[in-house]
Design a protein around this ligand. Structure first.
Ligand code: IPE
Ligand code: IPE
Ligand code: MG
Length: 227
């Protein structure tokens, strides 16, 4: 089969390597995170040239709170600035925001900004899903709890309560920076996803890298347990 028919509808990325990028350039870590946001912006802009229906980005894990307070503050401030500066562009480009994770646990002003952004982008046709204060174990545990409250706990009833419930099935999971691990990201959703670990630090990841990843995906044979 040619790659033409097999395109990824849902791609997720573990955006890793901002710190190492900065270190290599003898810059402060905060600079790495700043350039990381620019890479996100370019990637979101390039979505319209792809057939991706949903791009999910791991922006802040529930374990990232363990980092030094000033780094966490930098990341939160970047988030504030990013929402403010890029929301008009999301709306103009038909991007619909979705958030995965315990985002209600973030600072109240960020929660308010996110609620506003969710509402203003709700009619968009292409989804940008951002994982914020996200951990896969916690996601599955809360989904199982809700499923149990409603009745029988089944794969379907758990799935209905995952943060990803409204999103298409995950096709391709990419991690940058050369690390080969999932770091508590989309463990349930990745059951049959294709994975790609690239040796590029996140601030250096460009729309061209994404295009290569999609071409690689198109060549893969997915079996889902069959033959
Ligand atoms: C990813 O880059 C950004 C976040 C986790 C928020 P890192 O900050 O983890 O960069 P490295 O892994 O230390 O290079
Ligand atoms: C995963 O990266 C989280 C995000 C990219 C937001 P980390 O840098 O936090 O993961 P570990 O600590 O290397 O596993
Ligand atoms: Mg890292």
């Amino acid at each position: 089969m040619s790659g033409e028919g097999r395109h990824a509808r849902h791609v997720a990325i573990i955006m890793d390597g901002n710190g190492r990028w900065a270190k290599r350039k003898h810059l402060p870590r905060a600079m790495g995170h700043r350039r990381g946001v620019e890479a996100v912006r370019e990637l979101v802009r390039s979505l319209k040239d792809t057939r991706i229906e949903c791009l999910t980005l791991y922006a802040f894990s529930s374990e990232n709170w363990k980092r030094p307070e000033d780094e966490v503050d930098d990341l939160m401030n970047l988030m504030r600035r990013f929402i403010k500066s890029d929301l008009p562009e999301f709306i103009a480009n038909d991007v619909k925001l979705h958030i995965l994770g315990d985002w209600q646990g973030l600072a109240p002003d960020i929660v308010a900004m996110l609620e506003d952004a969710l509402e203003k982008t709700s009619h968009g046709s292409r989804t940008l899903a951002v994982a914020l204060n996200y951990g896969s174990h916690a996601e599955i545990a809360q989904a199982a709890r809700k499923a149990a409250e409603e009745g029988e706990v089944t794969e379907e009833s758990i799935e209905r309560h995952l943060y990803s419930a409204p999103l298409p099935p995950l096709d391709l999971l990419i991690r940058t920076s050369g690390e080969i691990r999932l770091s508590n990201f989309l463990l349930w959703q990745a059951a049959y996803a294709e994975m790609l670990f690239v040796d590029v630090l996140w601030p250096d990841f460009t729309p061209d890298h994404l295009k290569h990843a999609l071409a690689d995906f198109a060549e893969r044979e997915r079996r889902f347990g069959g033959r």
